[in-house]
Design a binder for this molecule. Structure first.
Ligand SMILES: Nc1ncnc2c1ncn2[C@@H]1O[C@H](COP(=O)(O)OP(=O)(O)OP(=O)(O)O)[C@@H](O)[C@H]1O
Ligand SMILES: [Mg+2]
Length: 255
């Protein structure tokens, strides 16, 4: 059984058909890439999967459970985390606090506990900090835990965003153009980081325009065009596919 099965997903915004009958699977432990021209529906796909929108048609089955149209926080609690196309780091709080934000769905403490700072609260807090620090270690950001997020280089801010998404121990991590704005060195660091996450048991679904990056990190690539699945294959198959090349005709370098 696949970790994720998307069955005939459709999404309409008024008269705009943003997704049309998209079916795909993601297997446990894979790194799957999604590419496609601007406006082809990539972000809409993960917005529907992560509960930001409900699809107009179709079903998402995750871990053998129908999660279609559930609220975003419920889907996060079931083990799907995401980042956004535009950087969403909180600039004026520390690196550590940025990661702790990602744990709020996991900390089981009532308002009453918080008010009196009972033992349970303090224990939960210290466990959360330990967890956040462990994630920062993996991203090589532990030494900057007290810096304001805005003082990190841009590439590190994007890594921090991923740290926030993984601190809740997701099974499936959705990344929406994580390389945007990065230089080539930062992209290589990100590719290495994603492979480390895979080794730690996280399945990764990554949308990206940068061809070099997606080819180096994804094991399987799905191509969207005009809201529909256009092609699927290994990076080499996709790179050499004449039809895929044709939908990008006129674009240079990145796809
Ligand atoms: N909230 C919305 N309301 C109306 N139309 C939307 C909305 N979100 C997306 N769309 C439309 O759906 C289509 C797909 O958009 P989407 O953002 O998913 O594309 P994309 O593949 O992520 O593009 P890009 O590579 O530029 O990020 C576009 O025509 C877009 O204008
Ligand atoms: Mg997008």
């Amino acid at each position: 059984m696949s970790l994720l099965t998307a069955k005939a997903i459709g999404k309409n915004f008024g008269g705009v058909v943003a997704l049309d009958d998209v079916s795909l699977t993601v297997e446990n432990g894979e790194i799957v890439g999604m590419i496609g021209p601007n406006g082809s529906g990539k972000t809409t796909f993960i917005n529907n999967l992560s509960g930001l929108y409900a699809p107009s048609n179709g079903e998402f089955i995750f871990n053998e459970e129908d999660i279609t149209g559930l609220a975003a926080h419920v889907i996060t609690a079931k083990g799907i985390s995401r980042t956004f196309q535009n950087l969403r780091v909180f600039p004026n709080i520390s690196v550590l606090e940025n990661v702790l934000v990602g744990l709020h769905c996991r900390i089981n403490v009532s308002l009453w506990d918080v008010y009196f700072r009972f033992l349970k609260t303090r224990k939960a807090e210290s466990q959360a900090k330990e967890k956040a620090m462990a994630v920062l270690e993996v991203a090589d950001l532990a030494s900057r835990k007290n810096d304001l997020a805005k003082n990190l280089p841009y590439g590190k801010q994007r890594l921090l965003e991923i740290c926030r998404a993984i601190v809740s121990d997701p099974h499936l991590l959705l990344l929406d153009e994580p390389c945007a704005g990065m230089n080539p060195v930062e992209m290589d660091e990100l590719a290495d980081f994603i492979k480390v996450l895979q080794k730690k048991g996280i399945t990764v679904f990554v949308i990206e325009h940068n061809m070099r990056f997606i080819m180096s990190v994804a094991e399987r690539i799905i191509v969207l065009a005009n809201g529909a699945k256009f092609q699927e294959g290994t990076p080499a198959q996709i790179q050499n596919d004449k039809k895929v090349q044709a939908i990008y005709l006129g674009d240079e370098g990145d796809i």
